[in-house]
Design a protein around this ligand. Structure first.
Ligand SMILES: *Cc1c(COP(=O)(O)O)cnc(C)c1O
Length: 398
């Protein structure tokens, strides 16, 4: 064969096996969309599923699968599936769980705003009945399961922003007795605090954008479940195409390596911040499961590791309206007002205009999201600095 032309050579330069006998100590980023084999029969076998391998990255790709193995390891599940965002993971898991025209989903009324909007704006118009319930009221959940015969019960392990803790083992039993699948959004807890699959949850969802990524630089979602359920979700993903990219998978894998040390520190900082806020005269009320007066304090102690209650703290500023809360948030110098959580740095958010903006004032009031409520995601900074910043901002905005 004649020497290929420059255009041919530049597109092939550097590619192919190096024949090296070394192994990289971290997962390499494999950005290839397509994979080729020594002969057509091998490619045919891979395409037909009788031989392992990769063909096209929407069907599977090595860096993304490395993340999926790490996620399954973390969650204690048989398998996991990575998606382009937490919302994509929720959408895919609910679709795979059988939400279809004529079916019903029973969900906790305390739910991430995006999830509630997904149910109301996407699933409901397709003929799915959406029913909400106070998920900490087990007799009410039990009655609703019997009455409405939902195919899915959806709850968050720790709810946003009031930090209610779900009794996942009891909910799994109630759901299964009623013939429903339990889907748990474990984003606020992370598998460090809790592994819902091991308590009977059928699908667990994580927005990896939050604690798993941990650095505010990557959007992603994960579904953990049985091998069979993950395979069904994967078949759906092959058609829907809400895949995670290899670069994002790599960033999340990197974040996961420090999940335990970050969460341990963040939970410890959050418990101290909660005590500080509780002692402050300008603070009317503090929501955090580490506090003995939290309604699910005992449950939290039963489900989570000792003295680890999550790293989000919500609180109400005494006699404050939106303007006073904004003044407090503007006065912060270290803590950043931004709409996420779970990052290494501390973040504050005003639920009434962010996560729960789409709701009416009445609806927010019914859910207990008052105009003086602030949600704080506590980072890994020195806790004295976080507390000093909160103290000066509370004083400056008084
Ligand atoms: C952020 C979040 C989501 C959505 O995740 P994205 O990665 O932003 O799509 C879902 N559930 C909870 C509890 C969240 O905090």
């Amino acid at each position: 064969m004649k020497k290929p032309g420059l255009a041919t050579r530049v597109v092939h330069a550097g590619a192919g096996r190096t024949g090296a006998n070394y192994t990289p100590t971290c997962v390499p980023i494999d950005n290839a969309v397509t994979y080729t084999y020594d002969d057509m029969h091998t490619l045919d076998a891979v395409l037909g599923g009788t031989r392992e391998g990769y063909v096209y990255s929407r069907f599977g790709s090595p860096t993304v699968e490395a993340l999926e193995r790490a996620s399954a390891e973390l969650e204690g599940s048989e398998a996991a599936l990575a998606c382009s965002s937490g919302m994509a993971a929720i959408h895919l898991a609910l679709s795979a769980a059988g939400l279809a025209p004529g079916s019903t989903i029973l969900t906790a009324q305390d739910l991430y705003g995006g999830t509630l909007s997904l149910l109301i704006k996407v699933f409901a118009p397709q003929g799915v009945r959406v029913e909400t319930i106070e998920a900490t009221d087990l007799p009410a959940v039990s009655a609703a399961l019997v009455r409405s015969k939902p195919c899915v019960l959806l709850v968050e392990t720790i709810s946003n922003p009031l930090l209610k803790v779900a009794d996942v083992p009891a909910l799994a039993e109630l759901a299964h007795r009623a013939g429903a699948l339990l889907v748990v959004d474990n984003t606020f807890a992370t598998p460090y605090l809790y592994r819902p699959v091991q308590s009977g949850a059928d699908y667990v969802i994580e927005s990896a954008t939050k604690y798993l990524g941990g650095h505010g630089d990557v959007l992603g979602g994960l579904i953990a479940s049985s091998a069979e359920r993950c395979q069904a979700a994967r078949e759906l993903q092959k058609l829907v195409g809400d895949n995670l990219g290899p670069n994002e998978a790599w960033l999340i894998l990197r974040g996961i390596k420090t999940l335990v040390v970050r969460m341990r520190q963040q939970c410890q900082n959050a418990a101290q911040v909660a005590l500080f806020l509780q002692s402050h005269p300008r603070v009317e009320r503090v929501y955090h499961p580490a506090l003995p007066e939290h309604p699910q304090h005992a449950l939290c102690q039963r489900l989570f590791p000792p003295e680890q209650s999550g790293a989000v703290v919500s609180f109400e500023i005494r006699d404050a309206g939106r303007e006073q809360v904004f003044r407090f948030m503007d006065a912060l110098q270290l803590v950043l007002p931004a709409t996420s959580l779970g990052d290494v740095y501390s973040l504050v958010l005003y639920p009434a205009h962010a996560s729960h903006r789409a709701l009416s004032e009445n609806e927010r009031q019914r859910l207990g999201i008052r105009p003086n409520l602030v949600r704080l995601s506590v980072g890994i900074e020195d806790v004295e600095d976080i507390i000093a910043d909160l103290a000066q901002a509370l004083q400056a905005s008084a």
